[in-house]
Design a protein around this ligand. Structure first.
Ligand SMILES: Nc1ncnc2c1ncn2[C@@H]1O[C@H](COP(=O)(O)OP(=O)(O)OP(=O)(O)O)[C@@H](O)[C@H]1O
Ligand SMILES: [Zn+2]
Length: 880
């Protein structure tokens, strides 16, 4: 009896594909390579069966089965199915996101002779190469050699063809266009876990007579404890001018051995595998700097040793700051923390799915509770997963995890290479890493015996994936816990309204921590009415007099100040004074931001390219005149963090100023360096965008100033008030986390707005009550479920026509349980050259919403609207 299997493929189609089983029978959850429209794709088997498909077209066989056992455990297969259903996303694309194993499959192209090619070859043999062609005789001859080479019928890789015939890619592609050849994309399995060579000093050997170069190598090795990656050693030898062959000589003489070991993966000073100490690995990483000393071989050993210790010390002080702070896991928990831990621990003991919302104000010590709960999970033989918004923004969290749990930890974040990601994935799958810390997609980590999932800062919008599948990591975490019978804890000082509503309904158990640790008071918040300020000073100022006064006083007392200026760049808009035209991006309907060129190494904006689009990244020079009316009166509006920094430099010339935004913090190491300078007191005045509000725990900060956070209140988004409240609360929470009480000054043009009023009073429950009313009246989440449907095309006419087609369908369908708003131009009507129209769908019940969305997609298909031109965003976080 013939066997078939259904395979989910990473293509934007809401269906699976049937293939014939060929030899090895794959199990559900295994990866297979299958042919798909001229390519070979990797997919995941979702069903094995005997039902011969009824369709007319030919059923192709599976080409290769990559796994003997299910790669994805059953609960992850279930979770994938749930996501596909809930977010109306193709299952194959969901699974692709779950399996970060692309690195294990190598893709390349190969060519095979086609019928037409054969004909040409035989005709050519008979008539000689007399065909009319634009090609030179030499190129024509080369084509014949390619055909000759492929005559046997086997496919050949491009590299083989090139070396045999000298044909380049262009020539081969030309032959494909003429249909002489067919090109095949080949996917091949490869082992992502590579080995690397390590040079080892052979201890026993009696030192014979050596030349200078040989001594240098031995000293180099001795200096780092006798082992070094050959790759690194080669690098330093080249720098010092020692010939590479010297290493070979030493190996031959038995003074140095070379071992092959499994490659270790390094993550910004933290060793993820096998290593115990963050410090020692960081010191190891610094070999390269040390190697500059290679010149004088005689005393190198000594000096290098000094260097090593020196580096280790530097690192220690770097990480710990001036006065060493205690790590979160080193505190004895206070009463509120014990109570929170108790609730979570009891839930774990009872077993089963138990969701919790941990509402703990800023500085209440949530992190320590996470650590303790994760330890409990480990003690019970379970594994634990901690999701964080962005590891790069809160490196302290990852560092403390490694310090507390050592080799048990796997870190998953966006800066890993595909190989590193695959390696971490397998470590977790094998049960070697039982503590996983990661960003959004880590929710798919193949944990063994998962007992606990924690979602830190659960309100953070970075948990929402803004590409297919558009899932929300927090909500997926809850479902994951459900399929795994695990406990899940959503933690925040400003929980999302969705989670809060779930707690109100009793779906989540609520745990509260309503005081700061060590009886530290909440900071005092003072509002500065900027309308008043303008009236009194007659000038539009960035910084109010009150804020300047307080800043000066705080700096004078030797304390630290943080100022939030939530826009990056220098000026957010360039406006023509004569005609009012704004300079917009040529790809997107948004104004371009002016970035002032900086001299020196950290010049980000290149001279002559000073306007940047924050949506597509395109750049251009500031025009000399308005592109529309040619007036030369261009006017720069909207203060960004770069300008803020410049002004502060003028106002407080002796302050030690730092800036934290996407332009100064590109990666995790930038963040680490900046935070170290803050902890150490090297910076006493920090200005930055919302990045500065993220969970940082800097004890010397006693003043937080907020400049223009309320412009967001005017954005066309029903979550605007919630976002402003969260941002104000989170940034205020950075003040007064040490021994001294903190103060917050909020400059605002809307001092009476409830989001600002409640934030000033640290009244989250008050804010939520008010905001819930508004959401109920307006039928917005959490009182309705919502989806954003964007119709998109590079052609404006197409986008509008399709929007019209769907609009008429919605009207005709007379949906009484779903409200449809639109079609309307999306708030950003053109983005990366794509025109966008949208509908917002609101329904009382989730079921109704997804049925409507599916019916709409089915109708769109009959109208020839391709799936990729319709973006369906269920539980959309941004409606832009
Ligand atoms: N029981 C305790 N006693 C004293 N200090 C503690 C205790 N628990 C935690 N801390 C310290 O309190 C500070 C705040 O803790 P933590 O960063 O966990 O707060 P949080 O609740 O996560 O706040 P936020 O929401 O602002 O990030 C840290 O410096 C931490 O080391
Ligand atoms: Zn753009």
């Amino acid at each position: 009896m013939a066997l078939f299997c259904d395979v989910a493929l990473p293509v934007p189609l809401d269906r699976t594909f049937t293939y014939a089983v060929n030899g090895v029978v794959p199990v559900v959850g295994a990866r297979v390579l299958v042919p798909f429209s001229g390519q070979r794709l990797m997919g995941v088997v979702v069903r094995v069966h005997e039902d011969a498909p009824v369709e007319e077209f030919e059923i192709k066989p599976v080409q290769q089965v990559l796994d003997d056992a299910a790669l994805l455990p059953e609960e992850l297969m279930k979770l994938a199915g749930w996501i596909a259903q809930y977010y109306v996303a193709p299952l194959g694309e969901v699974l692709r996101g779950m399996l970060p194993l692309a690195a294990e499959v190598k893709r390349h192209f190969s060519y095979r002779i086609a019928e037409a090619g054969r004909k040409v070859l035989y005709e050519g043999a008979v008539k000689g190469s007399s065909r009319r062609s634009k090609l030179t005789v030499e190129e024509q001859n080369r084509e014949y050699s390619v055909l000759n080479y492929l005559e046997g019928g086997e496919a050949a890789k491009m590299s083989a063809l090139r070396s045999a015939t000298g044909a380049n890619k262009g020539l081969l592609e030309g032959m494909v266009r003429k249909k002489w050849l067919v090109r095949e994309a080949v996917a091949e399995e490869r082992d992502a876990r590579r080995l690397e060579k390590v040079a080892v000093l052979v201890g026993e050997a009696r030192l014979p007579k050596l030349n200078e170069n040989q001594t240098a190598i031995l000293a180099e090795l001795a200096a780092v404890g006798g082992r070094m990656r050959v790759r690194d050693l080669r690098l330093s030898l080249t720098r010092a001018g020692v010939p590479e062959s010297t290493l070979g000589t030493l190996v031959k003489r038995g003074l140095v051995g070379v071992e092959e070991v499994k490659r270790e993966f390094w993550m910004g000073g933290l060793v993820a595998e096998g290593g115990e100490e963050a410090d020692s690995s960081a010191a190891l990483r610094n070999d390269n700097q040390k190697n500059r000393n290679l010149r004088a071989p005689e005393d190198r050993t000594m000096r290098a040793q000094e260097d090593t210790t020196l580096h280790a010390q530097e690192n220690r002080t770097m990480h710990a700051g001036e006065k060493r702070k205690k790590h979160a896991h080193e505190h004895a928990l206070n009463e509120a923390q014990m109570e929170a831990l108790g609730t979570i621990a009891v839930a774990m003991e009872k077993g089963g799915f138990r969701p919790h919302l941990l509402y703990g104000i800023t500085g209440s010590g949530k992190t320590s509770v996470y650590f303790a709960a994760m330890q409990r999970a480990l003690d019970a033989g379970k594994s634990a997963l901690l999701l964080v918004p962005e590891i790069g923004l809160t490196p302290a969290m990852a560092g403390q995890m490694v310090a507390a749990f050592g080799g048990e930890v796997a870190l998953l974040h966006s800066q890993l290479t595909p190989d590193e990601r695959a390696e971490q994935w397998h470590r977790i799958r094998r049960g070697e890493a039982r503590i996983v810390v990661g960003t959004r997609s880590a929710v798919f980590a193949p944990m063994v015996d998962l007992g606990l999932i924690i979602v830190d800062e659960e309100h953070d919008s970075s948990y929402k994936q803004e590409e297919t599948p558009r899932y929300h990591g927090r909500d997926v975490a809850v479902m994951r816990a459900k399929f795994n019978d695990a406990v899940v804890v959503l933690g925040s000082a400003t929980p999302s309204l969705e989670s809060w509503a779930n707690a109100e309904k009793g779906r989540y158990a609520r745990v509260e921590m309503r005081a700061r640790v060590a009886d530290r008071p909440m900071p005092l918040v003072e509002l500065v009415d900027m309308r008043e300020e303008f009236r009194e000073t007659g000038q539009e100022q960035i910084f109010s007099r009150r804020l300047m006064e307080e800043t000066q006083a705080t700096l004078d007392r030797g304390e630290q100040v943080i100022l939030l200026l939530n826009r990056r760049g220098y000026s957010s808009t360039v406006l023509c004074r004569s005609c009012g035209e704004k300079i917009e991006c040529e790809n997107c309907a948004v104004s371009m931001t002016y970035h002032k060129p900086v001299s020196g190494n950290d010049a980000i904006a290149q001279p002559g390219q000073r306007l940047e689009c924050h949506y597509c990244g395109s750049r251009r020079a500031v025009p000399k005149a308005c592109p529309k009316c040619e007036s030369e009166h261009l006017y720069f509006l909207g203060v960004g963090s770069q300008q803020g920094e410049e002004r502060l430099q003028e106002l407080f010339p002796t302050a030690r100023i730092g800036r934290m935004d996407r332009d100064t913090v590109r990666g995790r190491s930038d963040m680490e360096r900046l935070l170290a300078r803050l902890h150490g007191g090297e910076i006493n005045l920090l200005v930055g965008t919302q990045m500065i509000a993220k969970g940082h725990d800097i004890h010397g900060v006693t003043l937080v100033g907020v400049i223009g956070a309320d412009f967001q209140l005017g954005l066309p988004d029903f979550r605007a008030a919630e976002r402003v409240f969260q941002l104000l609360t989170q940034v205020s929470g950075r003040a007064g986390r040490g021994d001294l009480i903190g103060k917050v000054l909020v400059q605002t043009y809307h001092p009476d707005h409830y989001a600002i009023q409640f934030a000033a009073k640290h009244d989250y429950p008050g804010f939520v009550a008010k905001e819930m009313q508004y959401r109920r009246w307006m039928h917005y989440p959490p009182f309705a479920v919502l989806a954003n449907v964007v119709v998109q095309s590079e052609k404006l006419e197409e986008a509008t026509a399709w929007a019209g087609t769907l609009g008429r369908w919605f009207q005709k369908a007379r949906l009484d349980k779903v409200r449809v708003l639109g079609p309307a131009a999306a708030p950003i009507v053109r983005l990366k050259r794509i025109y966008r129209y949208h509908f917002v769908l609101k329904a009382e019940r989730r079921q109704t919403l997804s049925e409507t969305l599916r019916a709409m997609l089915a109708y769109a298909e009959t109208q020839g609207i391709a799936r990729r031109n319709l973006m369906v965003d269920v539980d959309a976080v941004h409606l832009m």
